[in-house]
Write a protein of this length. Structure first.
Length: 412
């Protein structure tokens, strides 16, 4: 060994000289999908003086706090070992049976084995994306579309194609043409009181969509978090109940809007083979939804009249919706249009061409009011003149004042 060799730096010496190596980069999907603009807005507008129409949260003052507390107390008193233990991935039998019974009494025959309990219906979307979608495969969504669904499908690497819609929802002829062109794996839709638009798809369109799916070979993911919050009009049957859709529709539901979102309880209803695939994906995600929450929800359903509670909530929400509709015309610029929802939580508006609700938002927030710009809800070319406002968390007087502030911001 030469003198030079003896003093040559080792790999350890080089590491000490150069410092630690950088950590590996995040997966590309994190940067490509991004965060939720809605949650970003909520963080910016957290000041108590802001009248915030941006959220999608149910009214906390209407939670049945006493009934839910009593259900948890009963479960933890009578069966604490079971409530605090691991559970099966598919969900607690008592809760699956109760959910199935709620479907059956509404005309969609369902057994407990047709249900997998999920940690909110948002997890159901992630499980379906994992079970159904290969990176690069095409799926179809409404235009505009529920934002968190776009995130779930984006993380799965899907090629997301929007289907043209009008005030009644998806155009069946446009859907048929896009299915023929792209051969997509699935269609995602929120047909009742849609987020963000509040629109409801009529029965004839639901039947037409079921027929397209049967003829072309297509999964339908029917998301129904708001369907029980009806203020007026007649209930429209689920797409899953129409001929041709029975064996290819995955129906998602949740207690978040009718019981409490903090419970994080949702479900999948679908064909057995797909439910099995979703259960395997759920095993990898979280093993199971918290046992105590499931048992408490099942106990609540056994001891209380959830339908009566929901009817009360919907009645209150109707008053709030009417307050927003009464003042929105004075708040928005002349030439604006908006949809009148029959239920749910949202009003969707479009300002005249040339307006950009995203660019306007910082100035609007200075007036201590906020909305969600519509652009992030579009999978394709966005309509930047649109916005979404939630009407359920403020009182009618607060809604009137918020609309007054919005008018001052937009017209000032």
């Amino acid at each position: 060994m030469t003198v030079t060799d003896a003093h040559a730096p080792t790999g350890q010496d080089e590491a000490r000289t150069q410092g630690p190596a950088p950590v590996p980069e995040f997966a590309a999907r994190v940067a490509s999908v991004g965060g939720s603009p809605v949650r970003d807005i909520l963080a910016v507008t957290a000041r108590p003086e802001v009248i915030n129409f941006a959220g999608g949260l149910p009214a906390p003052g209407l939670f049945d706090k006493a009934g839910i507390a009593a259900a948890f107390h009963a479960v933890l008193t009578e069966q604490p070992e079971r409530a605090l233990q691991y559970a099966t991935t598919e969900g607690e039998p008592a809760l699956r049976s109760a959910v199935a019974a709620r479907f059956s009494v509404r005309g969609l025959a369902t057994d407990a084995d047709d249900i997998v309990v999920t940690t909110g219906s948002q997890q159901a979307l992630s499980l379906l994306a994992t079970a159904l979608i290969e990176p690069g495969e095409t799926i179809l969504v409404e235009s505009p579309c529920y934002l968190a669904a776009l995130q779930a499908f984006g993380f799965a690497g899907a090629h997301v194609v929007p289907v043209p819609c009008d005030e009644a929802g998806i155009d069946p002829d446009a859907l048929d043409a896009l299915v023929a062109l792209h051969r997509p794996k699935l269609l995602y839709t929120v047909p009742t009181f849609q987020n963000p638009t509040g629109r409801t798809m009529p029965a004839e369109r639901r039947a037409a969509i079921a027929a397209v799916a049967a003829r072309r070979g297509l999964w339908i993911v029917e998301d129904d978090p708001y369907g029980e919050l009806r203020f007026e009009g007649e209930r429209v049957p689920w797409i899953a109940s129409y001929p041709g859709a029975e064996d290819r529709t995955i129906l998602l539901g949740s207690f978040s809007k009718v019981m409490a979102p903090g419970l994080r309880l949702g479900w999948l209803r679908g064909p057995a083979t797909l439910l099995r695939a979703c259960a395997i994906a759920k095993q990898a995600a979280d093993l199971h939804t918290p046992t105590v929450n499931q048992l408490a929800a099942a106990r609540y359903l056994a001891d209380n009249d959830l339908d009566a509670h929901v009817a009360h909530v919907a009645g209150e929400y109707r008053v709030h919706r009417d307050a927003m509709l009464a003042g929105i015309g004075d708040a928005l610029p002349e030439g604006s249009t908006w949809l009148r929802p029959e239920g749910g939580m949202f009003v969707w508006a479009k300002l005249p061409d040339g307006y950009d609700t995203g660019a306007l938002l910082p100035e609007v927030v200075k007036h201590d009011v906020a909305y969600v710009p519509g652009a992030p809800f579009f999978a394709g070319e966005p309509d930047r003149a649109t916005l979404r406002m939630c009407f359920v968390t403020q009182s009618p007087d607060e809604i009137a004042e918020g609309l007054r502030r919005l008018g001052s911001a937009l017209k000032g």
